[in-house]
Design a protein around this ligand. Structure first.
Ligand code: TRP
Length: 330
């Protein structure tokens, strides 16, 4: 029996290269070794996009296209939509009794997301979404969760919930491990956290020209004003991209930057070429799947069926452990 992986994404729009190095890359790499479940987390969009639900379906399609085009393979792995699995909502209900308000308020990612959301007050569902994420992970009794840096706090909370449940009711859940990617937090072109909405992201769907244009405006080492100034790759965003997408040549580039034998303009041009080389096969696959919607539809139908089967088994175990099976009464 293979160990299980569960991870996924919020459908809020196209995915970016930060998602790739943070989590997608690990998913693709581990598809053969693990039994993988990938969730499109539509409930989670409601936390900060409650008034734009008419956009969700298209955004779900967008995420699925991103997945297919980077090589996540529904022939090997299971794709599903969070709200199509009622057992996740049930598990969230039980788990919500096992987490204190103080613990939820301490979650640094929730705090940060609330701040950038611009919302005036935080809903119960927003504060509690890490509990629902724990239910996503544990409904299939997953062992490992490939995520970017920002989701490590949620996996930590999931581990606490799994341990608490097991202690109170007997061992039902594995205590899952987070697995962060090669570059857990790739900065945006402005050096801030790469984000869908801040105009600082390079998307998997960007055209070669868009990539070139964005990279050309990226903030580099602020102390390097003239090409003859010696650079500091360790504080340069573009160097981070070299490290992520041009790994073999990264030490050489860093050396030339420090010696000032390459300027930022040339370094950026080189980076754009490398990024476009990386994105080209992804663009081709996207074009292929875009005109074959039946592949996505079949993947979802099969994936939801498979996840329901797994989830029903888990929820049976949970109800039994919690004495919620009412065997005498019913
Ligand atoms: N919170 C994740 C994100 O920011 C999405 C997500 C929802 C998730 N459920 C999950 C990630 C379960 C890992 C495991 O995109």
């Amino acid at each position: 029996m293979k160990q299980k992986i569960l991870t996924g994404d919020r459908p809020t729009g196209p995915m970016h290269i930060g998602h790739y190095v943070g989590s997608l890359e690990n998913r693709i790499r581990l598809q053969d070794e693990y039994d993988c479940f990938f969730v499109v987390a539509d409930y989670q969009v409601l936390t900060d996009h409650l008034t734009e639900t008419e956009e969700t379906e298209e955004n779900v399609r967008c995420v699925l296209l991103d997945w297919l085009s980077v090589g996540m393979d529904p022939g090997k792995s299971t794709f599903f939509i969070q709200s199509k699995i009622p057992e996740i909502a049930e598990l969230t209900m039980y788990f919500s009794m096992m987490v204190s308000l103080a613990r939820l308020r301490r979650n640094p990612t929730v705090k940060e997301e609330f701040q950038v959301s611009g919302l005036r007050s935080m809903s119960y569902g927003f504060l509690g979404y890490p509990i629902s994420q724990a239910a996503d992970i544990l409904i299939v009794r997953s062992h490992m969760v490939p995520v970017g840096d920002d989701n490590v706090a949620h996996v930590e909370q999931t581990r606490e919930i799994a341990r608490k449940f097991n202690r109170l009711f007997g061992k039902v859940f594995p205590v899952p491990e987070a697995l962060v990617g090669t570059v857990p937090r790739l900065p945006g072109i402005d050096g801030q956290k790469m984000s869908d909405s801040k105009g600082n992201a390079i998307f998997l769907t960007d055209s070669p020209e868009e990539v070139r244009q964005k990279v050309s405006t990226a903030i580099t080492d602020p102390a390097r004003i003239r090409a003859t100034d010696k650079g500091h790759p360790d504080i340069c965003n573009v160097y981070q991209y070299h490290y992520a997408f041009n790994r073999a040549e990264a030490p050489y580039i860093a050396g030339r930057c420090r010696q000032a034998t390459i300027g930022c303009v040339a370094c950026k041009e080189d980076m754009s070429d490398k990024l476009n080389l990386f994105l080209e096969p992804i663009r081709e696959k996207r074009a292929y799947f875009e005109v074959r919607p039946e592949i996505m539809r079949d993947a979802l139908h099969d994936g939801i069926k498979r996840t329901l089967k797994e989830s029903r088994e888990t929820i049976e175990l949970v109800r039994e452990a919690m004495h919620f099976d009412y065997r005498k009464l019913l």
